[in-house]
Ligand binder design. Structure first.
Ligand code: FMN
Length: 146
């Protein structure tokens, strides 16, 4: 069983609900899970699995509670080839930069040589009012790789 850090970016709480749903399933499967709503690098361990759940705000921007970690990673983080991660992006396709925050974060993680174990999930608020449902189906498709 693995240690999993779920790292949340949320403005209005949808991403928190998704994260809590994924947390429950991972915990039931025997993993040790910690939720981070205001993550900083010092709180995180690259030996753990990182599961990001972030919405997008503004015009393709990261939520304020995830921005500090993003900037810290961009400005002062050495390559992290040992890090394995997965990412759920919540967004709304009626905005120009659909899931812009998730895309920016995924690109940064790739630049830092972290390993995505599965392709990023993008959940469109115009298609579902319950983003935890597609997120849970996505998780079940790959969680054996954690
Ligand atoms: C002010 C505002 C700006 C938004 N900007 C974007 C955007 O640029 N791109 C996008 O895909 N979604 C955008 N969204 C949609 C949110 O990312 C989406 O509703 C998400 O589910 C909200 O999750 P949260 O409650 O965790 O913040 C925006 C929503 C609001 C209210």
């Amino acid at each position: 069983m693995a240690a999993v850090d779920i790292i949340i970016g949320s403005v209005y709480g949808s991403a928190v609900l998704v994260a809590e749903t994924l947390e429950q399933t991972l915990t039931d499967a025997g993993h040790q899970v910690q939720l981070h709503e205001d993550a900083v690098l010092a709180d995180l361990d690259t030996g753990h699995f990182w599961l990001f759940v972030t919405s997008t705000t503004g015009q393709g921007d990261l939520p304020p509670n995830l921005l500090p970690l993003f900037e810290e990673m961009r400005e002062s983080c050495p390559p992290m080839p040992q890090l394995r991660y997965a990412l759920v992006a919540l967004g709304d396709s009626s905005y120009d930069n659909f899931c812009g925050a998730g895309r920016q974060l995924d690109e940064l993680l790739q630049e830092l040589q972290a390993q995505a174990v599965v392709e990023r999930l993008q959940v469109d608020a115009t298609e579902t009012l319950e983003p935890e449902e597609p997120a849970l189906a996505w998780l079940k498709g790959w969680m054996a790789k954690i």
